[in-house]
Structures are given as structure tokens and as C-alpha cells.
Design a binder for this molecule. Structure first.
Ligand code: CUA
Length: 340
């Protein structure tokens, strides 16, 4: 190969590599990692990405070189020289991809194994999913609905299950992600490395409220976590409603997860999946029932009367089944006394 051609090829390669590198580095493709696992997974991403950018640069350089140097010349109608095979080239283009793909496989499997390790004494938290909410149950038996609180630096083993359909648990900044499947106990390990609040997102289309199935993970310093965990025996509602009892508001917002789907101004919820509960009186009148009966029936047997514009089977699927009859009565009273 002529020296000039080689220099030309190298120059094209450098330019193509610079373009690929700029696209990779100047766009914030990945959130900054907030767990050990995410750090390792991002490493695999970048490892594979740099290999891809290198190959892209070489291929792009050869294509551009061929376009520039082998353009058909005026009046030249001859064929190219007949070439049959090139053993060295064939060995190279077989061996190089083999080495690269094997390297990616080895790096990935090491990371996969490390990210699955929960260590000797992980914090075990049961994550229960349900249309359209998350419940977090701690070793002391307490269940929370407002957030997943975890301590910095400790292995957290999440045991995912579902009460109805397939959901998933994903915190982009933690990178670890798994489906929550009815009848299965999928597990993921998270070791937080940064104090902060991160969104939890359901990534399986699980029904009308899927897009609203969000929660948050709060990473606390070990001391703040211990303080919260010790004092959290009796969770206090964060914002007591005006007019209704605070306990009923908590029941509405968290235990019953009603607020995930329903707008109800006294509870401060803005769900859009189900009917707006601020208009209960008008809806009861339309259904031709006394308000209290209407509310109770709508909770216990949601399909008995469907507010015009809504779909059967959405609410009856699962929510409310975990409520006791006294809790339902409490909810009915709360809704009846607070609705307009
Ligand atoms: Cu649960 Cu999507």
C-alpha cells in the first residue's frame, strides 16, 4: 500500500472516530450512576460503545476512501480486476470480531455475576406491585407506599412480586431493572452510592394507569436511615386533609392507592385513570343512588355502575381487594363527608 493512501485512510479514520466520540460524549445518554451496580453496567455500555465507535471509524474511512479514489473515470468502461479471496484478510476479519465479541461477553458476565451478589447481610425489602402502585415491606413488617427508603452503601435485596399483572421495577440511576411477575419472586440487588431521590418507573404496559405508575426511591445516609427506621413504627400521614380524618386520608392515598387513579381535591391527588371523585354527588345522582350506597358499591363492586366515559374491569382488576370492610367503611365516610 502506498504511504499516501495509508495516511489518507488514517485521516478519514481519525475524523470518523472524532465524530463518533463527540456523539457519545457530548450527549448525556446515561444518568449519573447512583448505585455500585449502575457503575458496573455503565462500564459495560462504554466498553461496547468504544468498540463500536472504533469499528464505525474504520468502516466509514474505507467507504469514504473508496468513494473518493475509485470513482469511475471519464471514458473508462473496463471491469475491475478479478480478485478471488484474500486469506490474510479473511483471517483478520474473522479473528478480530471473535476477540471483541468474546471480550464483551466476558466483561458482561463478570458484571452480571457481581451485580447479582447481595453479600452476607443484605437489607431485604419486599416490593409488591399492583395496578398502579408499589408497596415496600421492610423486615419489621411495616409497609410503605409513599417511597422506597434505603440506606447509602448497604446491599439492598429487593424481592419483587405482583398482585395482578406483570409490572416492573426500574430506577434509571440504579440501572438494575426487573419485571414483577405474578407467582414469581424476581430479585435484584441495589447498593446505593449517592444520597438523593430517584424516580421509580414501571416499564411494562400494565393497564390504563401504566404511565402514572411511578414512585420514588430515597437514599438516606446510614444514620438518617436508622433514625427513620426506628421512628417509623407508626407512619404519620404527611399532609392531613382538610375536613376529613388524617387516617382516612392516608387510607385513601396510600393503603387503598385510590389517589393513583382518582383526582380528589381534599386528599390532594390528581389521578386521571378513573372518574374525578370531586363530583361524587353528581355521579351518584346520575346513577340514581343515594350517595353513600353509591360510593360503597363503587368500591366493593366497581363494575356494577360505570361512570360514562370509563371502562369496565379497570378498577375491579385488583385495587381495593386488600382493604378490610372497616377500612372500606372508613373510606366511604371520608369520601361522603369530603365530596362536594
Ligand atoms: Cu405497572 Cu406499568
Amino acid at each position: 500500500m502506498r504511504r499516501g493512501s495509508l495516511l489518507q485512510l488514517l485521516a478519514y479514520t481519525a475524523v470518523a472516530f472524532a465524530v463518533g466520540a463527540a456523539v457519545a460524549l457530548l450527549v448525556p445518554w446515561l444518568p449519573s450512576p447512583a448505585s455500585k451496580e449502575a457503575g458496573r453496567i455503565w462500564f459495560v455500555y462504554w466498553f461496547a460503545t468504544w468498540i463500536c465507535i472504533s469499528i464505525f471509524a474504520i468502516v466509514a474511512a474505507v467507504v469514504v476512501y473508496a468513494l473518493v479514489n475509485f470513482r469511475v473515470k471519464e471514458g473508462d468502461l473496463s471491469d475491475g480486476p478479478p480478485v478471488h479471496g484474500h486469506t490474510t484478510l479473511e483471517i483478520v476479519w474473522t479473528a478480530v470480531p471473535f476477540v471483541l465479541v468474546t471480550a464483551i461477553a466476558i466483561v458482561s458476565s463478570i458484571v452480571l455475576a457481581k451485580d447479582g451478589r447481595a453479600g452476607q447481610n443484605p437489607l431485604r425489602i419486599k416490593v409488591t406491585t399492583q395496578q398502579f402502585a408499589y408497596y415496600f415491606t421492610y423486615p419489621n413488617g411495616m409497609t410503605y407506599h409513599d417511597a422506597l427508603r434505603i440506606p447509602l452503601g448497604r446491599h439492598v435485596l429487593l424481592d419483587l412480586e405482583s398482585n395482578d399483572v406483570i409490572h416492573s421495577f426500574w430506577v434509571p440511576a440504579f440501572a438494575q431493572k426487573s419485571d414483577a411477575v405474578p407467582g414469581l419472586h424476581n430479585k435484584i440487588v441495589i447498593t446505593p452510592t449517592k444520597v438523593g431521590t430517584y424516580p421509580i418507573i414501571c416499564t411494562q404496559l400494565c393497564g390504563l394507569g401504566h404511565a402514572l405508575m411511578r414512585n420514588r426511591a430515597i437514599v438516606l445516609s446510614p444514620t438518617a436511615y436508622e433514625a427513620w427506621y426506628k421512628s417509623a413504627g407508626a407512619p404519620t400521614p404527611s399532609t392531613p386533609s382538610s375536613g376529613g380524618s388524617a387516617a382516612a386520608a392516608t387510607l385513601f392515598k396510600t393503603t387503598g392507592t385510590c389517589g393513583a387513579c382518582h383526582t380528589f381535591t381534599p386528599a390532594g391527588t390528581a389521578g386521571k385513570v378513573g372518574p374525578n371523585l370531586d363530583h361524587l354527588k353528581a355521579d351518584a345522582a346520575k346513577a340514581g343512588q343515594p350517595l353513600e350506597n353509591y360510593v360503597k358499591e363503587s368500591i366493593e363492586n366497581p363494575d356494577a355502575y360505570i361512570t360514562p366515559g370509563y371502562t369496565k374491569g379497570v378498577m375491579s382488576g385488583s385495587c381495593c381487594k386488600q382493604l378490610s370492610s372497616s377500612q372500606i367503611d372508613q373510606l366511604v365516610q371520608y369520601l361522603v363527608t369530603n365530596s362536594k
